[in-house]
Design a protein around this ligand. Structure first.
Ligand SMILES: NC(=O)c1ccc[n+]([C@@H]2O[C@H](COP(=O)([O-])OP(=O)(O)OC[C@H]3O[C@@H](n4cnc5c(N)ncnc54)[C@H](OP(=O)(O)O)[C@@H]3O)[C@@H](O)[C@H]2O)c1
Length: 260
């Protein structure tokens, strides 16, 4: 399968890093400026479209209309289009390209580079072989879930922006342990091990225990964890954190309603 990226930034690079070892896949890209990467570069979009079976719209939302205006001049009948563009619906893309071409909207995150993305998937031809092939391809880059498009805003907030929110949480831990007076890089290593250990604990037990059970296992009556958790509950920290997710979801909705 020949994959062609229109635009080569963070997103395209994550896809490439995640799949480059797969010998059955070839890659090329077109962008206005050549990048310092070892995959084939086409100087114009038409040549990339002729080359590729699968075309990734790997540009920012504000650049999408210009790209689609140009793309609609090519014969796309045998192509599959993948759009990771935040806030832009399949209907929006069909306005330019029509509804004959297979168009797949996804919402991944950059962990595709390590085959650990959580990716939402929606196709305008859900039962087609082309869609199934892309669903399987994305499965090589992490977990993929088929979702109605109206779920994309919440999904973007939790799984697209989620890594930044979890890191922001870890940053509060880091601020707190500054008083150890250890080098910053060592603090990062310690926090990395904390999150890795927590993830492993979650992974090993997730089938048999709920998150509540796993928290309970760390909490002894009258102990330190209980003291912290009581503060967590009495100050509604969970509710406040939901506010963070709601803010991101609302922003995603705003972007979608803005011509998306
Ligand atoms: N980054 C993420 O974590 C993430 C996660 C989920 C979804 N997404 C979505 O993925 C898309 C790409 O994001 P990104 O982070 O990869 O953006 P990025 O790093 O800014 O890359 C955008 C690329 O588009 C190229 N470009 C802009 N206009 C173009 C045009 N008219 N023709 C061809 N190439 C053009 C730019 O290169 P030149 O200027 O050289 O052409 C650049 O290589 C966005 O729509 C975003 O919503 C991103």
């Amino acid at each position: 399968m020949k994959q062609g990226f229109i635009g080569y930034g963070n997103l395209a690079n994550a896809v490439y890093q995640g799949l480059k070892e797969d010998r059955s896949i070839e890659f090329a890209y077109y962008a206005r400026n050549r990048k310092n990467v070892d995959l084939h570069y086409f100087q114009d979009m038409e040549s990339l479209v002729l080359y590729a079976d699968v075309i990734w719209l790997a540009v920012k939302p504000q650049d999408l209309a210009g790209v689609l205006e140009q793309l609609k001049k090519s014969d796309l009948s045998e192509k599959t289009i993948i759009s990771p563009v935040a806030g832009k619906s399949i209907a929006y893309i069909e306005r330019y390209l029509g509804n004959k071409t297979t168009i797949i909207r996804i919402m991944p995150n950059l962990a595709m580079a390590f085959k650990a993305s959580v990716t939402a998937f929606r196709s305008n031809k859900p039962d087609s072989e082309k869609s199934e092939r892309i669903f399987n391809l994305l499965g090589k880059l992490g977990k993929v879930v088929k979702l109605e498009e109206d779920g994309f805003d919440l999904f973007t907030s939790v799984f697209g922006s989620g890594p930044a929110f979890i890191l922001a949480f870890i940053k509060t831990f880091k601020n707190k342990i500054q008083e150890f007076d250890l080098p910053g890089s060592l603090l990062d290593e310690l926090l990395l091990e904390l999150t890795r250990g927590t993830t492993l604990y979650f992974m090993q037990n997730q089938k048999d225990y709920s998150i509540e059970d796993l928290i309970k296992n760390i909490t002894s009556k009258g102990g330190t964890t209980q003291a912290g958790l009581e503060y967590f509950q009495s100050h509604d920290i969970g509710k406040h954190f939901e506010g963070v997710l709601d803010a991101a979801r609302n922003r995603s909705k705003e972007l979608s309603s803005n011509g998306g």
